[in-house]
Design a protein around this ligand. Structure first.
Ligand code: FAD
Length: 305
């Protein structure tokens, strides 16, 4: 379903993010896992896109499989990095043929194993260029939905490390929306004040598309470290770190603290009329399920303002 229809149907959207596993067995396990999560009736699910060639096919395969065999609405991530214009067009054609409704258009980071990768070889330097290309693709009217793909872009409540000037960064975000993005999904954050302030700054800058808040329940000390690395620049509030320290490496206690923190974040966001919550599940669903229960949610359409 086109993202604009999803927003029209749900005052608050709930979505889950997965990354494609590398092997056939783990792919199968993840597929089963995602299907199990379908009972929570998420508004959509999204599948990340890696920098390497083979993992890129895994994204496509998982998205098309979910689209054709489940009632979930999968949104593939797509990045500018390491792609020619023809490749991007071909990917869009494949997704259009499969009836995929929405795309998350991203800059992407240069692959870690390709040290000194020269981005100037990429057809699109920034996500705004990719958004413009998807819009142009939409104008060709080859997508079964006459409007073409709904388009999401990334937003960074605490700022993106590559642009320390926050005013300039907001100009870049606005450029993505002006190029045709329908919504923004944010990087994870642990202090809602960062999100509320970001939302206000968007409003002041005239960025007026729905903003979905990215939430990652911490499930282990290891996953905390991994996130600090992947979401470079994300702030870990002292109160959260203290709570985790008090767990003394007790895995179950850390999981409970992480789920509690994320639940409180979600409760605050719902009270502040957030347009959507996107769970970075890291391919595990127990925390997300627990948060749903603690919030009294049955499914995404159960939320009323
Ligand atoms: C919700 C979400 C999902 C993600 N999923 C993936 C994924 O699946 N795969 C993946 O590889 N990465 C993913 N990422 C990470 C993301 O690709 C990186 O953080 C990337 O560095 C920024 O992406 P972007 O789309 O914001 O890029 P851009 O909008 O291109 O911005 C990247 C940087 O360039 C700056 N910039 C933008 N336009 C200009 C301009 N015209 N001139 C100069 N500077 C400019 C921006 O301010 C920013 O600092 C995701 C991030 C988020 C928040």
């Amino acid at each position: 379903m086109h993202i604009n229809d999803i927003f029209a149907r749900s005052p608050t959207t709930f979505s889950f993010e997965f990354f494609p596993p590398k092997t056939a067995e783990t792919s199968e396990a993840l597929y089963e896992h995602i299907i199990h999560l379908a009972t929570l009736k998420p508004s959509f699910v999204s599948v990340t896109y890696g920098a390497g060639g083979s993992t890129r096919d895994l994204t496509h395969n998982l998205v098309v499989r979910l689209k054709t065999t489940s009632n979930l609405d999968p949104t593939p991530h797509l990045t500018c990095v390491c792609h020619s214009e023809a490749e991007i067009t071909q990917i869009l054609e494949r997704y259009a043929t499969a009836g995929v409704s929405n795309i998350l258009a991203l800059g992407g980071d240069p692959p870690r194993d390709l040290k000194g990768y020269d981005r100037s070889k990429d057809a699109f330097q920034h996500a705004a260029d990719l958004v413009a290309h998807v819009r142009k693709f939409n104008d060709r009217r080859v997508h079964p939905d006459g409007r073409g793909f709904g388009i999401g872009v990334a937003g960074f409540p605490e700022g993106h490390p590559a642009t320390p000037n926050r005013l300039v960064e907001m100009d870049h975000l606005k450029a993505k929306v002006d190029a045709g993005a329908d919504y923004i999904c944010t990087q994870l954050f642990f202090d809602n004040r960062d999100f509320y302030d970001f939302r206000e700054r968007c409003e002041l800058a005239g960025v007026r598309v729905p903003i979905i808040a990215g939430i990652m329940p911490i499930t282990s000390g290891q996953n905390l470290r991994r996130m600090a690395d992947l979401a470079a620049g994300a702030r870990f509030p002292a109160a959260l770190l203290r709570s985790i320290e008090r767990c003394n490496d007790d895995a179950e206690a850390i999981r409970r603290v992480g789920a509690h923190w994320a639940t409180e974040q979600c409760r605050g966001l719902l009270d502040h009329h957030v347009r959507g919550i996107h769970f970075y599940t890291l391919n595990r669903s127990d925390a997300t399920r627990q948060i749903y229960q603690s919030l009294g949610l049955r499914d995404s359409e159960a939320v009323r303002r």
